[in-house]
Design a binder for this molecule. Sequence first.
Ligand SMILES: [Zn+2]
Length: 235
Amino acid sequence: MRRQTVDPRIRSKVIATWGNRCWLGMPGCSITATEDDHIIPFSHGGKDTVANLRRACKHCNAMRQDRVLSGYGATMHVVIGPPRADFGMAMQPMLRRDSIVVSFDSLLRDLCPTQSKASDGLRLAAAMAWDGAARTLAKSSEPLDVWLVRTLPRSRRHPDMLSEWIALDYDVHVIETPASETFALDLSHQEYRTAQQWYSLHLTQQAVDARMAARRQRLAALGLRHGDDTARPRW
Ligand SMILES: [Zn+2]
């Protein structure tokens, strides 16, 4: 890991301009910042300037790693929904021709096209492929249009992905299939379990929109978004 010291005079200006409250506010945030965080990561050539630095707590800085704030490099979207939700249909109108789609179901199908009931081992392999692709693309400095598709917004290592996504300004779409519809399908044991977990989260687009709007206001106050549209400062 690089260790790099920001000029104390720049740091003072960063604190005077943007405050010393952690800019990320990820799950487990300590609120009070103790570190300098580069908006455009240092590894992407991000500079030690007041424009590119915000204060972060140690926990969030470590949790973020070098993931970009959506739009400062890759633009990140997420589509979540219960098992068997029609993700393709939901995304179709929003996808660009060059959009990149990372879908757990597609990865699982690619690994084993003929197996209708995938084993736990195979599902783990698909989950790891999903994680690897998502993690790599989330750090991309290229202006890629990335769509992450999955059911539950959590994993063992990331118990609250939704909050991480919102912190990094991802566009999150929730497919709201009624529980009665999902449970009426011939679900596998695994799908049934996942569906139970999905509906216990009570996720709605409205609730997620409210959280994204609050986050975007904060990002605007931090000089990282203009107004409430999708415009972001160019970098
Ligand atoms: Zn924090």
